[in-house]
Every structure is written in C-alpha cells, then in structure tokens.
Write a protein of this length. Sequence first.
Length: 460
Amino acid sequence: MTHIPDTNGSAISHNTAVKPLPEAYYTKFLSDLAKERRPSPIRSLFPLEKTPGVISLLAGKPNTTTFPFTSLSFNARSPVHPGQETMLSLSGDELAQGLQYGDTAGLASLLDWLFGLQENNHGRKRNEGWKISVGSGSQDLIYKAVTALVNPGDSVLVESPVYAGVIPMFHSLRCNQIEVETDAQGIRSSSLRTILEQWPQGTPKPKVLYTVPYGCNPTGMTATLERRKEVLQLAREHDFIVLEDDPYFFLYYGKAPRYPSYFALELEEPEVGRVLRFDSLSKVLSAGIRIGFASGPEVLLKAIDQHTATSNLQTSSLTQVIVFKLLDSWGYDGFRSHTEHVSQFYADKRDIFERAMKKHLVGLAEWSTPEAGMFFWFKLLLSEDNAEDKGGDSEVVIKTKAFEKGVLALPGTVFSPNGRETAYVRASFSLTSEEDVDLAIQRIRDAVLDARAAAAAGTN
C-alpha cells in the first residue's frame, strides 16, 4: 500500500504496489556526454572507507587538526514563535565533518532528513527506485540534469514563458526549444498534446519537458490538478521525462488546498520514474547558503552525481552541516510551521502589490492574481483601443521610459525561449516596501501613458 498526500495534506491510500521503471529504460534518455562520463576513480571508492577495520590510504584529505576553526554557533528564530531565538552549536564531530570533504551526493544525515521530507510532502518511500542528491542550489542540479539528458541539437519542451535561467542552458546546446503555451491555470496540457500528436514523422520526439508548477517564474501561475494529471499521461504516452522545477512549492498561499506535485501524482501511474524533481531551500532558509536537492530515478541522479564528482566534487560540507543542524532541531513540524510563516509573508506582500496595481494600472494593464511565489506577470495595454491591442512590445517601455522615471522591471521577452516580443512584464514583490511599491507602480503607469501618447502622435 502506498500513500500520497491529498489536497488537504493528509494521505490517500493506494493498494497497488509501486512499480519503478527498470534501469535499462533510461539508457535512451541519457545524453552522449553522460554515457561517456566515467566515475571518479577516487570518489567512487569513498564508501569503502567506512568498512569496519579498513585503514584508508585512499584520499588526499587534509588533516582537520590543521584547520583554524574550533567551534561554530549560530542563532536561529523559532519556527513556531519567530520572535524567539535559539542558539545552535556544532559539536566537535559535526564541525569536523563540515570542514572535510564529503560524499558527492550529500551529507548522509541531511539526505536522510530530506528523504523523510519527501515522504511527508509527496508520499514517496525509499524502495521505489529513486534517490536524492544535494546540489549547490537547484540551478546547479538542473544544469547537470540537462547536460545528462540532452544532446546538442535536440528538441526540448519548455513551458512559455519560461524561467529565464534555463534558456541559456538549452541555447548553449543549440536545442530546438518547443514552446508549450501557459495560461492562468499553468501549463496548457492541450497545447502539449497538440504539439506531440502533430510531431513530424521520422523526427525524434523531445525527451524532456521543463516546467515550474507552483508560482511559476515569471507568470506566478500554479498548474491545476487536472493539468498535472494530463501532463503525466502525455509523458507516458509520448515517452518523455518531466523536469519538475519547484522552488516555490513552499511559497504557496492560495485559498484552495495545495495540489499534489508531479512527483507525488506519478504514484497513480502504472509505473513511476518519469519525474525528475528539483527543490530549493533558497526561498525559505537562505539564498546564499546554496542548498537545493533533486529527487528522481536512481539512474538519472547517478548521472548528475558523476557530473558533480568531476566539476565541483560536492556541495559545501559546512553549509550542509549547518542546514542539517537547523532542520534537525526543528523537525518536520517545525519546518512546516516556518514555511507557513514564509508563505503568509509573501501573501501579504502580494496583496500590497496588487492594491497598488488596482490603484494605478486599471485600464492600463491586465493580470491574474498569483497564488504562489513572488512575481506578478502583467500585460501592458499600450494602445488606448484595448480591444484591438492583442500584442505590443513592453521592452522599450520598461527598459527606457520606466527606467527613466526611476523603476526597474523585466520585459517579458526575457522569458521567451525564442525571444519573441511580448507586451508582458514581470515584477517582483519580495523586497519592496509598501511606500516604494505604490511609487513604482505609479511610475509604470506614467510610462504606459507616455507610450500611448507617443503611439497616438505617430498615427496622426
């Protein structure tokens, strides 16, 4: 019997046994580079050092007695009572572990904690053919996953607009980025189906789909349960891997209960193993600490680990020890309380931002209210005849007119995989004070009015 969290956070029981896809299934998905990469001759032997009675002369690890650090303590706010603080200290053994080289996939104690987190949040148990790897932020892991799965010139499926950070990854591999439409309900599975069913015969179909299901950067939209299920069905029918980039999973503040992730929903599929999930602690613990983790099929995670072993060896042991110390002191209930406080913080920031938009941009812009994340995605109505204004380009208005008036935002073309112009703009509401939000939106209003006046003058 397996359990996946339902939309109320409790568990739904499934009597069917979880059947992972066989390892051989992934051979066709691995890139040529991943197939050619060889295990690190030293790091692959690290686990043998833990064999009882073995004297290791293996690795060139520096002696920890030569390190100048003797203790490390830090204060952390209580997840239940944010006004209270607790001092946490790393013991001698903990500090020694944090100052030394560690396992490529991550610190064992942190990995164990994260396995429990994934079971709590997504109903996934350890015996289902998947594993976890820790990275220097989820971006690090996404890049390594892309290079492990995609060959130069491959076609890839990307929701559009898409997180700008992945566009250079696919561009550097000269990929054909196939844009899947999105709307207020997230990725449009009907668009995805049309693309795949009309795919030219004799041309290899894409092996991966990249999507951000919660509080998508840049649109702020969250994919509905129906859309998610349809995407998984298409993944099975057309044989592709879903790259589920979910840095805003813990920043969901919608009124409806949180939808299950792709990683959880695939438990309802005949076989599991078509989802490679990326989580980040940047938005809820610290962006600078650079800790993210990937969860998915063992074969794919091993390919990522081999990349890590030959690039940066591992994620910082010290930051992993610090993060584990904090999470272990909180427990899963404490972590949940903390993330609930964080999501409510961003809900309040969203409301402040939207009030300013309603005050200054009604009739000058269109938008949908985000339910997760930290972004508003809005369309500038650059013509007074809004009924006929089906397009336009926000880039000049935002980069010149708005900037000249003292406000910075991102024109939507930045998030277009193939660089097409768009009237949309992305604005972040995570840092700005209420006073500055009001002033910034007023300046955008003035920039739009100037653009309308210039367009009107040009037509007369």
